[in-house]
Ligand binder design. Structure first.
Ligand code: AHR
Length: 503
């Protein structure tokens, strides 16, 4: 099987916002407690944060982390997480049927972000609460001092404001499961007024309004049109979420679902354009794809806890998907889609970061290790910074109901002009045949291969575990060559590949 690609140094999609490689920590399951925070752990720092986890997060070079939810935020009182730890209340978390000890709050998370070399993306509660709490939280986080809430922050040990720029106006407000779920008009009005108040404090904030929880919601895409009609001039991003599953155990169909993601992005980009035209606005709104991942391996296991059969446990194991090799390919295709849509998707958050549907897993009191999906996320985050190239791709295809022709070759390319580096991210969706890849390289000067990594495994279901953490890991490939302005490589069936070129 052959596939041909043309890459031209001047044919570009967009500069990539580094926040395309963001992630997410929610007060859910063991993401916070025994995930990032475990004061009794041998590697814990002076704040009780696990250094082994911090090291892995730093390795991923995560630019932003969304916090504190997720569904959790829609009944969260941010004030519960400030002040002396011993006087913080334990609350029932209605979203996940658990108890929340509030031992980690905004101060602890902010300090962790510094240690993990990342920035905060904060969400306000527009479910059980509203404008007033949002503006108080903003004042607490960003005002230098001399007001009630900023002075409380100072009294709680943080003199300087954190100056968080990026704020989510609630979470998945279209979802009937959400505490404080609203209609598009109800939410649109509330989001508009909240955004107005937040902008009255600081017009330089970047605000994210809730779009659809997925493209199968009955209100999609009318939700986006209505919500943006209310908020267009006050917000910068509309958020989308999508999770992927392969319960049918059909690899070909599963790996085709990134085409559905691409359509979802295209449709919402169209709605944004429609509202922009309707409002005669000169301003742009972009997409913040602030929850995405594979999520299905743990669903059966979680049913009892989520139904309340285990009472109100604190930090139980929830949403602990054990990712397999097949998921590496899926995550590779998803990331390629974001890179190829970098003109409209500016922010994306892998949901989530530690233990909960996460690339990083921990054992309480034990090791932290990389799940299989750690690797495609790592490669994209570390090497996917620069300009997304508009590739011309000629690949053989296969048919999938509802999606049509699906190319076997899934590819994106990022040009880092400063470093003179060109990186290709490649997935071969074919189950048995290798792809002979031929790439014409135009207007890049002379390039040579500086790195070539492959992830492949004969068993699609193999996972990484605490005992065997490197079952699935990248290895150096050797067959990519550049000659006479062409890159050629043999892409093994069902493999993920990263090829890096430089002068
Ligand atoms: O990431 C897990 C959950 O998925 C989030 O809390 C929610 O926003 C989404 O439904």
């Amino acid at each position: 099987m052959k596939a041909a690609v043309t890459a031209h140094g001047k044919y570009t999609i967009s500069d990539i916002d580094p926040r395309l490689y963001g992630s997410f920590i929610e007060h859910l399951g063991r993401a916070v407690y025994t995930g990032i925070y475990e004061p009794e752990h041998a590697t814990a720092d002076e704040n009780g944060m696990r250094k082994d986890v911090i090291d892995l997060v730093r390795e991923l070079n995560v630019p932003i982390v969304r916090y504190p939810g997720g569904n959790f935020v829609s009944a969260y009182n941010w004030e519960d997480g400030i002040g002396p730890k011993e006087s913080r209340p334990t609350r029932l978390d209605l979203a996940w049927h658990t108890s929340e000890s509030n031992q980690v709050g905004i101060h602890e998370f902010a300090d962790w972000c510094v240690s993990a070399n990342t920035e905060m993306m904060l969400a306000v509660n527009l479910g059980s609460r509203g404008l007033d709490e949002a503006r108080n939280f903003l004042e607490y986080v960003n005002h230098p001092g001399g007001s009630e809430w900023s002075d409380k922050r100072i009294a709680n040990g943080r003199a300087k404001p954190w100056n968080v720029k990026l704020w989510c106006l609630g979470n998945e407000m279209d979802g009937p499961w959400q505490i404080g779920h609203k209609t598009a008009d109800e939410y649109g009005r509330l989001a508009h007024e909240t955004a107005k108040a937040m902008r009255a404090f600081d017009n330089g904030l970047e605000l994210v309004v809730c779009g659809s929880s997925n493209a199968h919601m009955p209100t999609y895409p009318e939700w986006e049109a209505t919500v943006l009609d209310h908020t267009y001039n006050e917000v910068d991003y509309i958020s989308l979420h999508m999770y992927f599953e392969n319960r049918a155990k059909n690899t070909a169909n599963y790996l085709a679902r990134s085409l559905e993601l691409d359509r979802y992005i295209g449709t919402v980009a169209g709605v944004i354009d429609y509202v922009k035209a309707k409002k005669r606005s000169a301003k742009d709104v972009y997409i913040s794809f602030d929850e995405w991942n594979v999520w299905y391996h743990s669903k059966e296991r979680d049913k009892a806890t989520l139904a309340g059969a285990n009472g109100w446990p604190h930090a139980p194991a929830l949403l602990e998907d054990d990712y397999n090799f097949e998921d590496v390919l899926q995550v590779g295709c998803i990331l390629n889609t974001f890179i190829n849509r970098a003109d409209v998707v500016k922010i994306a958050c892998l949901a989530q970061l530690v233990n909960v549907i996460a690339p990083i897993m921990t054992t309480p009191g034990g090791a932290a290790w990389r799940q299989t999906i750690f690797y495609p996320y790592y490669f994209a985050s570390v090497y996917g910074r620069g300009t997304a190239l508009r590739l011309m791709v000629d690949s053989p295809t296969y048919k999938v109901d509802e999606l049509g022709e699906v190319p076997y070759l899934d590819v994106s390319a990022v040009h880092d002009a400063d470093a003179g580096a060109l990186t290709f991210f490649i997935v071969n969706r074919h189950g048995t045949e290798a792809l002979d890849l031929d790439v014409s390289l135009l207007e890049f000067g002379t390039l040579k291969v500086i790195d070539d990594q492959v992830i492949a495994h004969p068993d699609l279901t193999i996972t990484n575990t605490a005992e065997a953490p490197f079952n699935v890991a990248p290895v150096r490939a050797t067959d990519a060559v550049v000659a006479d302005g062409r890159l050629s490589a043999k892409i093994a069936p069902l493999s993920y590949r990263v090829i890096r070129l430089q002068a």
